[in-house]
Structures are given as C-alpha cells and as structure tokens.
Design a protein around this ligand. Sequence first.
Ligand SMILES: [Zn+2]
Ligand SMILES: [Zn+2]
Length: 156
Amino acid sequence: MTNDSGSETPGQPLSVDELSDRLRSRGLRVTGPRLVVYNTLAKQGGHRSADEVAAAITAAGPSLPRTSVYNALKALVDAGLADVVDAGPGTTLYEVRGESHHHFICRQCNALLDVPTEESVNGSLYSELPGARVESAQVILRGLCPDCAARPTARA
Ligand SMILES: [Zn+2]
Ligand SMILES: [Zn+2]
C-alpha cells in the first residue's frame, strides 16, 4: 500500500492490528464481529445501512446475526472508527471514519454525496456556542446533484 498524502478517499482501511489497538484504546473488546463488520464497511466504501453490511458479510462467508452487525457498528461508532451519517429520518447509514466531510442529498435521485469540508467547521461559518466543546460537525446540504441539475427539467 502506498502512503499517499492525498485525501480523496475517506476511510483508509486499518489493518487488523491497528483496528484492534483502536478498539482496545477505547476500552472496547476486540471481537470477531467487530473486525468483520469494520472490514466489510471499509471494503464496501461509501455509506451503508446495517442491512447492506449484513448482506455483504453473508455474501462473503459465514453470516452474522443482524443484531451482531448492529452492535458491532455501534461499537465502532463509539470507538471513533465509524460515523453515523445523518441522512434524514428513518435512514441510518454508516461509513468508515475518514476525512471530515459533510453530506449532500439530492432531492430528486436521493444520491448521497460527500462534500469535503473546508476550514469552515471551526471557522467563521458557524457561530460559537459558549461553553460547548464541539467535537464534530455534520452538515446536510440539499438540492440537485450535478447529474440531476444538468438534466433538463422534467415537466410531466
Ligand atoms: Zn440527483
Ligand atoms: Zn460520507
């Protein structure tokens, strides 16, 4: 694996050792399901529901009970190894923690796109909340994705 300094792909998969260290450093036990779920999520890339992760695990080998997948995802989020993507009510998606970014949701095709964050998270775009310690920020941008925006408006 090359050590490129670019930041184009959020979520460089961690080795089993790195992953184990991270889990342990957060006081979490290293379990088979956690490793499998993390690796599957990292391999799939992008934003995945627990069901998608479970299906990919089943396709690749011995399947995990859905609750194990959920619990493992939750543990990974707690460990700071994965993030929950706030994609609106009823949709919980997970992604491997990578470069900090926001999300764009297309109102027409529901595409969920990553939007790189500029220095704005702690910059002037957001006002301060006195006394609070902001640890992460996730902004949902909505509108038309590039594809939909380029398409002539369908007026049925
Ligand atoms: Zn679209
Ligand atoms: Zn994302």
